[in-house]
Design a protein around this ligand. Structure first.
Ligand code: FES
Length: 241
C-alpha cells in the first residue's frame, strides 16, 4: 500500500508556528470500498502524510481538511471526513486538531469560505464589561496579536483575562458558532458582520439581533462595550472561576 511504502516529511519551509494548514483533497478513490477506515488512496496522499509531522511537531495548531464526495447524493461521507477518520485512527492526530470542510465546490470556493475578513483596530482605548462576571477590561488598541480571532476582536481581548471564558472550537476563524456572544451595549461601534459570520450566526443557538461571533467582532473604541456570553457557551463562569 502506498502509505506504508513512503515516508513523507513535512515541508521544511513551514518551520514556524502556523494556526492552520489546509489539506486539499483529490487523492481518494471514492468509488472503492472503505475497509477499517482506510479508503483507497492514490498519488497525492503525500499531502495528507506531510501534514502529520506538522501537527506532531506543533508547527501548526490545526489541520483543515477539505473535500466533499463529488456526488449529488446527500449523506455520503466526503473525502475530508474519510481523511480525518484515517488520521485520527491510524496516525494518532487528535480529533480536536482537525477541522473538516466538506462543502466547498472547488479550491476557489474553499479559499473564499476560509477567508477571514480583516477589521481595523480600535482607534482609541475603551472598556469591555463582561456581564457574566462583572469584570471590566481596559482595551489597549495596540495590544499584541493573540492566538485566536482577529486582532482586537472580543475573543482576542477576553482571552487575555479569561482564557477559557468563551469557547472557540474552530480556533477563531469563523468556522463554527461556539464563540457566539451578545453585545448588550455598544453594538453599533463594532465592525460589520461578514456574510460568513452571518451564516454561522444563523446556526448559533439563541441568536438575537445583538448576536456576534466573538472571534470576528472588533469594536472601534468609540464607546465602552458590555458583552454577555450565553450560558451554554460559558466555560470559565460555568466552572466557577
Ligand atoms: S471560534 Fe469558531 S467562529 Fe469564532
Amino acid at each position: 500500500m502506498y502509505l506504508l511504502e513512503h515516508s513523507v516529511s513535512a515541508p521544511e519551509k513551514y518551520d514556524e508556528g502556523y494556526n492552520y494548514a489546509v489539506i486539499l483533497s483529490g487523492f481518494v478513490d471514492l468509488e472503492q470500498p472503505i475497509r477499517e477506515s482506510i479508503p483507497e488512496f492514490g498519488d497525492g496522499i503525500d499531502r495528507l502524510l506531510a501534514a502529520v509531522p506538522l501537527i506532531r511537531e506543533n508547527r501548526t495548531d490545526k489541520l483543515i481538511l477539505s473535500g466533499g464526495n463529488g456526488s449529488l447524493e446527500r449523506g455520503l461521507p466526503g473525502e475530508a471526513q474519510l481523511n480525518a477518520d484515517f488520521l485520527i485512527r491510524y496516525m494518532n492526530v487528535p480529533a480536536e486538531r482537525i477541522i473538516v470542510e466538506n462543502e466547498s465546490k472547488n479550491t476557489r470556493n474553499l479559499s473564499r469560505k476560509l477567508r477571514v475578513p480583516v477589521a481595523s483596530r480600535p482607534k482609541k482605548a475603551y472598556k469591555i464589561t463582561i456581564q457574566n462576571t462583572g469584570d471590566v477590561i481596559e482595551v489597549d488598541p495596540n495590544m499584541p496579536e493573540g492566538k485566536h480571532g482577529l486582532p482586537c476582536s472580543i475573543l482576542h481581548i477576553t482571552e487575555e483575562m479569561h482564557e477559557d471564558l468563551i469557547d472557540h472550537a474552530c480556533g477563531g476563524v469563523q468556522a463554527c458558532s461556539t464563540c457566539h456572544i451578545y453585545i448588550v451595549k455598544g453594538f453599533d461601534s463594532c465592525n460589520e458582520a461578514s456574510d460568513r459570520e452571518e451564516d454561522y450566526l444563523d446556526k448559533a443557538r439563541g441568536r438575537k439581533l445583538i448576536s456576534r461571533l466573538a472571534c470576528c467582532c472588533v469594536p472601534d473604541g468609540s464607546e465602552d462595550i458590555v458583552i454577555e456570553v450565553p450560558k451554554w457557551n460559558v466555560n470559565a463562569v460555568k466552572e466557577g472561576h
